[in-house]
Design a binder for this molecule. Structure first.
Ligand code: FPP
Length: 252
């Protein structure tokens, strides 16, 4: 008897089984550039182009929320010139792509310690949020100057202060209440987390929000993460059995 041919590559994405929220750790820009004898910053620029295509595809597919890790609280320790380049990216991104994102009905959102960023960045970020706030399509969230442990610690402080102020009692602190105080309060939990470049780490990204996410790792560098690669990740997600700690189907 012949084995059944693996038809995975021909499989189509099932629009009824899409993840609601997909998050990306866009890793490998630097290595992609180095492999080509280019400066690391060229990798970030190329990564920006792939990001735009990924946003467009996710939105066209009908995914409700897409998030990316663009600058972590730990990235400040990179060489000064690279930090300066990374800091310019949101402004460039907004200047270049905001009209297109706005027309595509995408709602721009940012998480992270935005208040600690330079004034021109804050202004641009707030402008992008304001300009797209009435949009009803995909919510696109950029994490910038973000670290999950800092986010959780900050939330704990906010809630502790509410208790001290007498507006809350400790027994009222539920998982749901805590989640509503996080920077991601408007977003559903992450269903699928994708990390490129072959690194098998979470790197302090959305630790609370990925508790039950499906994790997808690929060896491709972020600038190589084409539409075909995205669809591969989505198909893999659709072929997984999500359990949330319980049992599914025939195991019951
Ligand atoms: C990680 O690759 C990537 C980043 C730290 C930056 C990602 C930024 C973009 C894709 C540009 C778009 C930005 C915005 C603000 C929308 P790495 O530098 O760690 O690569 P390496 O691991 O190969 O060194």
């Amino acid at each position: 008897m012949f084995f059944k041919r693996n038809n995975k590559s021909k499989q189509e994405i099932d629009s009824h089984k899409l993840p609601q929220h997909v998050a990306f750790i866009m890793d490998g820009n630097g290595r992609w550039a180095r492999r080509r004898g280019l400066p690391r910053t060229a990798g970030h620029n190329e990564g920006g182009k792939i990001l735009l295509k990924t946003i467009k595809t996710c939105n066209d597919l009908g995914i409700k929320a897409m998030s990316v890790f663009a600058f972590s609280t730990e990235n400040w320790s990179r060489p000064k010139a690279e930090v300066e380049h990374l800091m310019k990216l949101p402004n460039e991104y907004i200047d270049k792509y905001l009209p297109m994102l706005k027309d595509a009905n995408i709602k721009m959102n940012f998480i992270g310690f935005i208040d600690d960023l330079p004034d021109d960045m804050k202004k641009n970020i707030n402008y992008a949020i304001e300009e797209t706030k009435a949009n009803t399509g995909m919510i696109f969230t950029t994490a910038f100057n973000y670290g999950s442990r800092d986010e959780i610690t900050h939330t704990a402080k906010v809630i502790a202060q509410e208790c001290l102020d007498g507006v809350l009692i400790p027994n009222e602190i539920t998982k749901e209440y805590f989640a509503k105080k996080l920077m991601t309060h408007d977003l559903p939990d992450v269903d699928l987390l994708v990390r490129t470049s072959g690194e098998l780490r979470i790197s302090n990204y959305l630790l609370w929000q990925i508790s039950y996410s499906e994790l997808y790792f690929t060896n491709k560098y972020w600038p190589e993460f084409t539409e075909k690669e995205l669809k591969k990740a989505l198909l893999e997600y659709q072929n997984r059995q999500r359990r949330y700690g319980g049992l599914k189907g025939e195991e019951k």
